[in-house]
Design a protein around this ligand. Structure first.
Ligand SMILES: *[C@@H]1O[C@H](CO)[C@@H](O)[C@H](O)[C@H]1NC(C)=O
Ligand SMILES: *[C@@H]1O[C@H](CO)[C@@H](O)[C@H](O)[C@H]1NC(C)=O
Ligand SMILES: *[C@@H]1O[C@H](CO)[C@@H](O)[C@H](O)[C@H]1NC(C)=O
Ligand SMILES: *[C@@H]1O[C@H](CO)[C@@H](O)[C@H](O)[C@H]1NC(C)=O
Ligand SMILES: *[C@@H]1O[C@H](CO)[C@@H](O)[C@H](O)[C@H]1NC(C)=O
Ligand SMILES: *[C@@H]1O[C@H](CO)[C@@H](O)[C@H](O)[C@H]1NC(C)=O
Ligand SMILES: *[C@@H]1O[C@H](CO)[C@@H](O)[C@H](O)[C@H]1NC(C)=O
Ligand SMILES: *[C@@H]1O[C@H](CO)[C@@H](O)[C@H](O)[C@H]1NC(C)=O
Ligand SMILES: *[C@@H]1O[C@H](CO)[C@@H](O)[C@H](O)[C@H]1NC(C)=O
Ligand SMILES: *[C@@H]1O[C@H](CO)[C@@H](O)[C@H](O)[C@H]1NC(C)=O
Ligand SMILES: *[C@@H]1O[C@H](CO)[C@@H](O)[C@H](O)[C@H]1NC(C)=O
Length: 671
């Protein structure tokens, strides 16, 4: 009797911990997905709208096509149910596109450098079920067009997609996020969830990476081709899931992209295993003599990128920072040190690293004493020092510190342009890059706060109506590098600039009708054209790229203000910074437990409710208040004593250190 009575209690418990704000989650509740509406159609088709459900009947006669809209970007394997057919010489073709720009009866959008991808044809031998082979799953499409190409007729009774991302999660659990975010700004809310969903679409079955059969064939003679072959059947990592750069392409492991995607994943799904599988695949092909790590995972060319090499090392440090899993860091530590030494070997008399191989995030002019690469190196060295301390391998620390400070001194002496108030790309140019200036702030290679403020102001002055440009990549807006620019504005304490950039750039990426209204694009032009300077082929641009999800972590860390400072949250900071918002509520979980912070501001009053796991400690920074009054900091549940603070000096943020984990409530009102 007693045991049985537990069950109703358990289900009550589940109901009470349902994911907050779940109505914003874009992940489907089931892996079986039908179109939601018709984009357009051609020729003789009856009842096209009937295929938006699970039992329809649409008859195609002669040359005819229907383009369906799923309302958001999805990925998976198509199945068609065929009813009656007129004769044995009938086909139905299927084409896919992420953007409405490439909806077509002839081809899908592109995965190769030129041309468009060939139609997936089903030869119909009679009524029945036709499912695409698994290498013909399509990663990333919002639109699917069914094409009939002959005299005679075909009845289609159902068109469905089996959703394949997040293969290691239960079919009914794709929306079971560990994190949430909410404010009084609907656009910011949608942007946070679109970032989380973008990374889910970029989490794939590692047996279905892009085979890259046309890699490097940039050939204008096939630029008009609509029959480029494609399949996704290359095994890119061990394990049952992998984090890749994009849903449609490259479906490969790229460490640079992970620098933005990983923190966004931590605050939304906490899908650590996919991150590990991807990092492992890069270390598996490290050159054990030199320590060199690959630009990208298999089957990409084995070429050197100074920055992506370092991003792989940062991946291990991030993993430790967000999980506290010392065993994982320890398992890679010797390879990590070998990798860092590889980079340190390129430091010359100037004190900086001389970049001798240009590959980076597809900017141009990555070479010499480049500010971005040296900032990333400076940052990586300090990540290494933190890991060395955690692993008690203190021997290399003093030499690493000395090297880092030499890089910093040289970068400031040779590359800081005081008149402009920014860093130049290298000592032979006046170009002031977005990547290097953002990374200079993120890495703390700056020597004083006025540099940080100046970089933030100068970057903001360059925005176009479509976002923050990257002059180091010709005519390009890079949602990847803009993710680091966002962090720059937050570090400059200009939350107004950061929120303005999110609304401007990510608002465009979400709401423009050529976009998917659900995932974030890889790159585009400063004029808002969906042309990305490094690519000849506009149809190739990925509309679901994890590197474009910067706001998801930034909004949680810097607006709601929950920051992990070390080892999975052993130490943390709560520092809400709401800008023009009145309300921010966020939370996420790590292996240590749950972190959350809810802040409400109204005229003359402020309230913060926050929580951190038992056994952790943190600091709390309360936003500045424009009046005098009394603040009560109350322990609701957990450890530590209530704190009563008389605010003597308004307008200055107030910090409390040594706050123990537990649930806390802070209340302030003007006297
Ligand atoms: C329809 O397309 C299929 C697949 O490409 C092709 O084999 C068939 O000949 C086409 N039918 C006509 C009438 O063009
Ligand atoms: C996912 O969440 C749903 C709804 O709350 C719940 O019914 C289901 O059991 C969860 N699945 C898993 C695997 O946790
Ligand atoms: C692909 O299309 C091009 C023209 O665009 C044509 O030359 C070529 O033969 C076609 N290849 C196949 C395999 O159909
Ligand atoms: C991928 O699929 C294609 C087409 O079926 C096949 O030719 C190729 O051998 C497969 N590659 C791998 C690595 O399985
Ligand atoms: C490792 O790098 C060395 C030096 O560049 C090179 O000779 C060797 O072939 C590389 N090893 C592998 C497995 O690529
Ligand atoms: C220095 O920067 C400029 C501007 O980005 C670039 O054109 C040039 O190639 C860079 N120098 C080297 C050695 O890479
Ligand atoms: C960087 O190294 C290359 C290759 O050794 C050399 O040609 C170049 O002059 C160096 N650049 C700088 C800025 O020292
Ligand atoms: C590092 O040393 C500290 C203090 O001696 C010890 O508590 C800790 O377990 C050690 N950590 C590792 C990974 O050896
Ligand atoms: C940034 O670097 C300065 C030294 O230039 C150091 O004093 C400061 O602690 C660093 N800040 C952080 C957050 O590491
Ligand atoms: C913050 O950024 C906004 C928007 O770019 C700008 O107008 C404002 O001057 C900046 N504030 C400071 C203190 O730099
Ligand atoms: C975009 O998606 C949101 C849901 O995330 C929906 O409310 C809105 O209507 C969609 N906008 C368009 C133009 O489809």
């Amino acid at each position: 009797m007693k045991l049985l009575s537990i069950f109703p209690l358990l289900s009550l418990f589940w109901a009470s911990v349902a994911v907050p704000y779940a109505e914003y989650i874009l992940a489907p509740s089931s892996r079986t997905i039908h179109p939601i509406s018709i984009h357009s159609y051609n020729g003789s088709v009856s009842n096209p709208e009937s295929l938006t459900g699970s039992s329809g009947s649409s008859v195609f006669e002669g040359n005819a096509a229907i383009a369906y809209d799923f309302g958001k970007n999805i990925a998976g394997v198509v199945t068609l149910e065929i009813g009656s057919i007129s004769d044995a010489n009938q086909y139905i073709g299927v084409t896919f596109s992420e953007s409405s720009l490439w909806v077509s009866n002839k081809s899908s959008d592109a995965t190769a450098d030129a041309g468009k991808d060939q139609t997936l044809w089903f030869k119909l031998t009679g009524p029945g079920t036709y499912t695409a082979p698994r290498e013909k799953e399509r990663g990333g499409f919002r639109y699917m067009t069914l094409v009939h190409n002959a005299t005679g007729s075909v009845e289609v009774t159902e068109a469905l997609i089996h959703f394949t991302p997040m293969p290691h999660w239960e079919d009914d659990a794709l929306a079971n996020y560990t994190g949430y975010f909410h404010t009084d700004d609907e656009l910011l809310n949608r942007i946070w969830y679109a970032g989380a969903y973008t990374n889910q679409l970029c989490t794939i079955d590692p047996k279905h990476g892009d085979a890259l059969i046309h890699l490097g064939e940039i050939n204008s003679s096939v630029s008009d081709a609509v029959n480029v072959t494609w399949y996704y059947n290359y095994t890119i990592t061990e394990g049952s899931s992998a984090l890749v750069d994009g849903a449609k392409r490259d479906k490969l492991v790229w460490a640079g992209d992970m620098a933005i995607a990983v923190p966004a994943i931590v605050v939304s799904t906490d899908d650590v295993i996919s991150i590990e599988n991807s990092l492992n695949s890069l270390f598996a092909v490290q050159n054990t003599t030199t320590g060199q790590l690959p630009y990208a995972g298999r089957p990409f060319f084995p070429i050197l990128s100074f920055t992506y090499h370092l991003y792989t090392l940062i991946g291990v440090a991030d993993h430790y920072q967000y999980t506290g899993d010392l065993d994982y860091a320890s398992s890679l530590w010797n390879q990590w040190k070998l990798g860092l030494n590889f980079s340190l070997g390129f430091i010359d008399d100037s004190g900086m690293m001389n970049v001798t191989s240009p590959p980076d995030w597809l900017r141009f002019g990555m070479g010499g004493h480049n500010i971005e690469a040296n900032s990333i190196l400076y940052y990586t060295i300090y990540q290494g020092i933190a890991l060395a301390e955690a692993l008690n391998d203190t021997e290399p620390i003093s030499s690493w510190e000395k090297t880092a400070e030499t890089i910093k001194a040289a970068a400031n002496q040779l590359l800081w342009n005081e008149a402009v108030g920014m860093f130049v790309d290298n000592e032979t140019t006046t170009l002031t890059p977005q990547d290097g200036n953002s990374w200079a702030v993120v890495s703390n290679i700056t020597t004083n706060f006025s540099q940080v403020e100046s970089i933030s102001v100068k970057l903001a002055e360059r925005w176009t109506p479509y976002g923050a440009p990257a002059p180091e990549a010709a005519d390009a807006i890079s949602p990847f590098i803009s993710g680091f620019e966002l962090q720059t504005h937050f570090k400059a304490n200009n939350v107004t600039a950061a929120l303005a950039l999110i609304r401007l750039q990510w608002g465009f990426m979400l709401d423009d009708p050529r976009m998917t209204n659900s995932t974030f694009i890889e790159g585009y032009s400063t004029t808002g054209e969906l042309h990305y300077a490094p690519y000849l082929n506009d149809a190739r641009i990925s509309h679901a790229h994890g590197w474009a999800t910067g706001p998801t972590s930034s909004l949680t860390f810097f607006v709601a203000g929950i920051q992990i400072l070390s080892a999975g949250g052993k130490t943390w900071r709560v520092a809400p910074n709401l800008g023009d918002l009145k309300f921010a509520d966020a939370g996420f979980s790590t292996s240590l437990g749950k972190f959350s912070a809810k802040t409400q501001i109204s005229d003359g009053a402020l309230q913060i409710d926050f929580e951190a796991p038992a056994g952790t400690t943190g600091e709390v920074t309360i936003p500045s208040i424009s009046c005098a009054g009394t603040m009560l900091v109350q322990k609701i549940n957990g450890y530590g004593e209530d704190i009563k603070v008389d605010i003597i000096n308004p307008n200055v943020p107030l910090s409390l250190a040594g706050v123990a984990g537990g649930q806390w409530n802070i209340k302030f009102s003007c006297a």
